[in-house]
Each structure stands twice: as C-alpha cells, then as structure tokens.
Design a protein around this ligand. Structure first.
Ligand code: 13P
Length: 249
C-alpha cells in the first residue's frame, strides 16, 4: 500500500506567535488517520513547530534548502542545519521557487542529490503552466521536469521521494484541476517512473496533487486511483479547513 499524505505548505505565512496558535488549534481537533500529516512552516518557525508537535504524529518539514554543504551562501540553509533541527523532509522544486528565485532543473537536481545524501525525504514539486496546457504540451513539460530533476537518482533513493504534481495555473487561483485531469496526469507520472525505473518503484511512490485543494473538493480529488494525497497551500493556514482535508483522505 502506498503512503497517503496530506502536507500543508505554509509558504511565507505565520510568525512565531501565529505558528503556535495554528498548531495549538490543529492539535486540539486532529483526527485519527492512517495518512501521514506534515506541515511546512518558514525556517524561523521550524523549531517552534517541532517542539509543539513532538508528541503528535504530525511531521514538520522544510520548504527549501541549498545544495551546498556549507559556505559563503548568504541567506541560505543547508541539509545539515535542517537535520540538526530534527527536520528530515524538505520540499524542493516548488513552482514559486522556480518562478521567483530562478531555480532551474539543474539546481534542483543538485538539491535533490544533497538531500538524498543526507538521507532526507524530498517532496519534489513540478507542474505545467497554463500556456503549456493550452498548447497541449503539459505531458512533455512534466516529463522533462521529472527527468531533469530526479532521473539521475539510483533506484534505492526512490524510497525517499514523494512526488507533488502542482499545475501552476491551479496554485492559489481557486481553479483546481478536475479529478479526471489530476488522475490522467498522475497515471502518466507513474508510467514515466515505471519506464525509467520499475513498476515496483512506480507503484510505491506517493504522488500528491497540489493546487487549490479545499475542504469541498478534497474528497473527490483524493478518490482518484493515482492520487495519494495533497500538498495544500492556502487551506493549510486555517486549522478547520486543514482538518477537513485530512478527514477527506
Ligand atoms: P494553494 O493550495 O494555495 O493553491 O497552493 C498550493 C501549493 O502551492 C502547495 O504547495
């Protein structure tokens, strides 16, 4: 059985006080679930979140890291630093980092390698833009992002990979991929991984959908055969909505 996952990407939201408030509320009403639940606060809040959640099954994960081990990279955070704060999972390749911080397939491949070398788990994000979909290039774009970002990895590294398909046109727009569009792309992603590696690896990798997942559409999206959960932005900032999405899985 593949792992079901609901992960909240808080992006650049929540200071220390707000982190504490949101997590306190989340803990009060956290449902019993077999799914893995994760939250990704800002670097500043990672440790506070870790301490607040230490007795709970919710995992605290990071939103980014640098590929270098250490050195003159002002403003950056390394894998070793995350590990020293007990953070074992990192989101890499989010479309906002690709678009606003010039992260390329090449830098992402390096980041992925560094994370794997430190035995971290990677939530690897990718997805097409609206123009790609309109020109019917969405499969090609997704395949290229997967190949360039991940296909240098050896088979055994895939136990540490979680995929997150996030069509850029659905992020923060209120427009979601239809369940059929999500399923079609997730099945394509799994097939692409199977062709490069093996059907065993492809069957085991969790593929999350991200892009305007809300309490009222989560259940239908999560019910698709190849959708193993969600990466949630806006709705993860509200305990009630995030809990409703966890319940939907
Ligand atoms: P929204 O849920 O706000 O559309 O964000 C999705 C996302 O980017 C998660 O990483």
């Amino acid at each position: 059985m593949r792992r079901k996952i609901v992960a909240g990407n808080w992006k650049m939201n929540n200071d220390l006080g707000q982190t504490d408030e949101l997590l306190t509320e989340l803990l009060k009403k956290m449902p019993e679930t077999e799914a893995s639940v994760m939250v990704a606060p800002s670097f500043i809040s990672l440790r506070v979140a870790y301490d607040a959640l230490i007795q709970s099954p919710i995992e605290v994960i990071a939103q980014n890291m640098h590929f270098a081990e250490s050195g003159a990279y002002t403003g950056e955070v390394s894998a070793e630093m995350l590990k020293s704060a007990e953070i074992d999972t990192v989101i890499l390749g989010h479309s906002e980092r690709r678009a606003y911080f010039n992260e390329t397939d090449e830098t992402l491949a390096k980041k992925v390698s560094t994370a794997i070398a430190h035995d971290m788990t990677v939530v690897f994000c990718f997805g097409e833009e609206l123009t790609d979909r309109k020109s019917n290039r969405h499969f090609e774009v997704v395949e290229s992002q997967l190949k360039k970002g991940l296909f240098h990895l050896e088979s055994q590294a895939w136990k540490n990979i979680i995929l997150a398909y996030e069509p850029v046109w659905a992020i923060g727009t209120g427009e979601t991929a239809t369940p059929a569009q999500a399923q079609e792309m997730h099945a394509f992603i799994r097939k692409t991984v199977a062709e490069q590696y093996s059907s065993d690896i492809a069957d085991k990798v969790s593929i999350l959908y991200g892009g305007s997942v809300k309490p009222d559409n989560a259940k239908e999206i999560f019910s698709q055969a190849d959708v193993d959960g969600g990466l949630i932005g806006g709705a993860s900032l509200n305990a009630k909505d995030f809990i409703a999405i966890i319940e939907a899985i």
